[in-house]
Design a protein around this ligand. Structure first.
Ligand code: DGJ
Length: 716
């Protein structure tokens, strides 16, 4: 009798522990994600949508199991699959406890799940950024079995939807054609958007998506989530629509060739999946992400950026000290902050005169730079500009001293021919000696030349025929450990050089994710700097990344495009130049000087303001976007006419984001010398209400292809 009473009390205690009194609510300003615990103690996602009154959450129950396991009754894609030490592949996760802690705007909720048969524990972590309306989700997996277990699936989270229809927007592409928007309706079955490329992971696919519910969303209407993964490596977003039209979204590291052996007591933490819910279309979702990114995710997200002149397109590998010092004059004349020396400055035994040799040998080439980097930094300083430099520290050319000295530092199959891409191989960053080497490249450069003000960090090939001499029998850890090692090196760099601006580049936009942007101030979206192409490429990235992270350089690419068109396109993101200034006509130079001045005046609005996309280049033969500052006192409007034809007629454009009650002076700026605005509304004052309801004709008269206008709106 005594024993049964004890047992009963014990059971009641366990039930109380494994059943929270109220639903678990993850809440932001306008949205909430709610979990409840069922009678079987499993955790269910009971709600994801716009915020409700608190009393409503109490009525919720049921839904879809939050973090679906494998090996038992789940017949669909699992969030997690574990093969235990005894070979058993089953897992049942039930609620153990949860905690929530708040620090100002940020609340972190941790839900602890356990298996009752095997000693496996999963912590689902949700961090809600209240004002930004953004939630990040990750999972930490741990076990206390006697021997290691094998993880074959380890999603960051799982989200469930139950709508009539689902529309997916992804950003697909390749070299020189990055981030092209593709929309489709999801049908039954599985759709993956993913990467298996390792180093240059986002080469074909940006790790971002919109999922619209019921109807395709527009910029200003529709219910959707926008999602992205903070991971500089293989990623996967799985969308599975089942036989009942329910959708599961499974974001995370791509488990392809990446079974992970987890030792007892070791923690496996997934990268954050970042998402925002909006019932006001893509524009709002995008602005939420921009706010979050600047406040929490990008290195110095609210800090200033340097305008620059890069020599890559101007000289490629063909330069010497005198030529560079001459180019500094170009930077000075333009009025930009910095000169950026690109590829080709290093290697002696194997001089880097093209992309076939020298990579890995990070000593100044004595013929090209007899007085070293220090001399260039000083010369730049004398001309009143800063000096930045290009590195590609993770790679090696077979024609290099590094390759000869450290053959065991290279990722390649021991028994097969090397598979070169751009004549180079990837270093085995999982090896701590290689991590020291990579850190040392940056550290010795900056120690010897403390005046270096900026780095462009390149990465020009994906992984293929990959094998790590360091990981030996643990090859299935390679993709994951490579990314962890990349972060380890960056942690060391940032501990010593916390604010040095570094551009993330990967042969164009091969690395564009928030895992990396924690360490980088900006990224290079594409080697394609043709103005027309950039309208589309920058449009794609701009949904998920704020303007101060999107490097946009004016080059001589772009057949038939005026310097004005190319400049106006670059000015809508983070402006730079990669051009021969000495080949500009006097008028072009004057125009560029004025553009840099205008940009500097407007950059606060562009970098930190709210972006409103007014006309999509995918919908019309033009593209219009605007930025508005926080106080709604200043705005800037970019209008691009694309490959327009004689009969293209463009209607008035209604602006967005202004204060309806304020008066704004509308003025065309950045005009080419000797030209005047042809807009009859130029220099007139309008109320915000007029501009947002009636709108303005931005291209009066005949619309010429590849032309553009920038208009400023100043509150009076
Ligand atoms: C690829 C980058 O995208 C270019 O901007 C340039 O830095 C080259 N690499 C240099 O090799």
């Amino acid at each position: 009798m005594k024993y049964s009473l004890l047992l009963l009390l014990n059971l009641l205690f366990l039930t109380a522990l494994s059943q929270p009194a109220s639903p678990i609510v993850i809440q932001t300003k306008n949205a909430s994600l709610v979990f409840t615990v069922g009678k079987n103690h499993r955790v269910y996602q009971s709600y994801l949508g716009s915020q409700l009154a608190n009393t409503e959450y109490e009525k919720l129950s049921g839904g879809q199991e939050a973090y679906l396991t494998a090996g038992m009754e789940n017949l669909f894609e699992p969030a997690i699959r574990v093969v235990h030490a005894d070979g058993n592949p089953s897992l049942e996760l039930t609620y153990a406890s949860h905690t929530a802690s708040q620090q100002g705007n940020v609340t972190t909720t941790r839900i602890i799940l356990k298996d009752s048969v095997y000693q496996v524990e999963v912590v689902l972590q949700y961090t809600a950024y209240f004002n930004e309306d953004v939630i990040t989700a990750s999972a930490t997996i741990q076990h206390h079995e006697k021997k290691p277990v094998r993880l074959t699936h380890y999603a960051s989270t799982m989200l469930h939807f139950n709508a009539d229809k689902y529309w997916l927007t992804q950003f697909h592409g390749e070299w020189a054609r990055e981030a092209q928007q593709v929309d489709e309706q999801l049908t039954n079955g599985v759709k993956n958007i993913e990467s298996k490329l390792g180093t240059r992971a986002d080469f074909y696919q940006t790790p971002t998506f919109f999922l619209s519910l019921n109807n395709p969303s527009t910029e200003t209407s529709g219910e959707l989530i926008a999602g992205t993964l903070a991971w500089t490596g293989n990623f996967q977003f799985t969308f599975e629509v089942d036989q009942r039209n329910q959708l599961r979204v499974r974001p995370g590291i791509n488990p392809y060739a990446s079974d992970y052996t987890l030792k007892p007591g070791e923690l496996f933490t997934t990268p954050d999946f970042i998402f925002t819910y909006s019932n006001q279309g893509k524009g709002q979702a995008s602005r939420n992400l921009h706010h979050w990114a600047r406040n929490y995710a990008v290195l110095d997200g609210n800090g200033p950026r340097l305008t620059l002149l890069n020599n890559w397109e101007a000289t490629y590998f063909n330069f010497n000290e005198d030529k560079l010092v001459e180019l500094f004059d170009g930077a000075k004349q333009l009025g930009v902050d910095m000169f950026l020396l690109d590829d080709g400055w290093f290697g002696n035994a194997f001089p880097r005169n093209d992309d076939k040799a020298g990579l890995g040998d990070w000593q100044e080439n004595k013929t090209k730079l007899p007085n070293g980097i220090g001399h260039l930094v000083n010369e730049a300083g004398k001309k009143g500009i800063k000096f930045g430099i290009w590195l590609e520290p993770e790679m090696v050319n077979p024609k290099s001293e590094l390759y000869q000295k450290h053959p065991d530092w290279i990722l390649r199959l021991p028994n097969r021919a090397e598979n070169l891409s751009r004549n180079q191989l990837v270093l085995d960053l999982t090896n701590p000696a290689v991590q020291n080497f990579v850190f040392g490249i940056v550290d010795s450069l900056l120690t010897k030349n403390p005046g270096v003000a900026y780095i462009k960090w390149d990465c020009n090939r994906p992984m293929s025929n990959t094998y790590s001499p360091y990981l030996k029998e643990n090859q299935s850890h390679l993709f994951i450990e490579y990314t962890h090692s990349f972060y380890k090196v960056l942690d060391r760099i940032r501990a010593k050089y916390p604010h040095l601006p570094i551009m993330l580049c990967s042969g164009g936009g091969g690395r564009t994710d928030y895992g990396a942007l924690k360490y980088f101030t900006e990224f290079w979206p594409s080697d394609n700097t043709d103005g027309l192409e950039r309208v589309f490429i920058q449009w794609g990235y701009s949904y998920f990344f704020p303007a101060n992270t999107i490097a946009a350089h004016i080059t001589s690419m772009g057949k038939g495009q005026s310097l004005k068109f190319r400049t106006d396109v670059a000015m809508s993101a983070k402006l730079g130049y990669d051009i021969r200034v000495n080949e500009m006509t006097p008028q072009e130079l004057q125009f560029s000087q004025e553009s840099v001045k205008n940009y500097k005046q407007l950059s606060d609005v562009i970098w930190y303001g709210d972006l409103y996309r007014l006309i999509s280049p995918y919908e019309e033969n033009r593209s219009v976007l605007m930025y508005v500052n926080d106080q709604k006192s200043k705005a800037v409007l970019f209008n691009y006419n694309l490959t327009t034809r004689r009969k293209d007629l463009f209607t008035k454009v209604q602006l967005q984001g202004l204060d309806p009650k304020k008066n704004y002076r509308f003025r065309e700026i950045n005009l080419f010398p000797g030209t005047k605005s042809t807009n009859p509304d130029n220099d007139k004052v309008f109320t915000g209400e007029y501009l947002m309801t009636i709108g303005l004709n931005l291209t009066p008269g005949r619309v010429l292809p590849l032309t553009s206008n920038i208009y400023s709106l100043n509150g009076e």
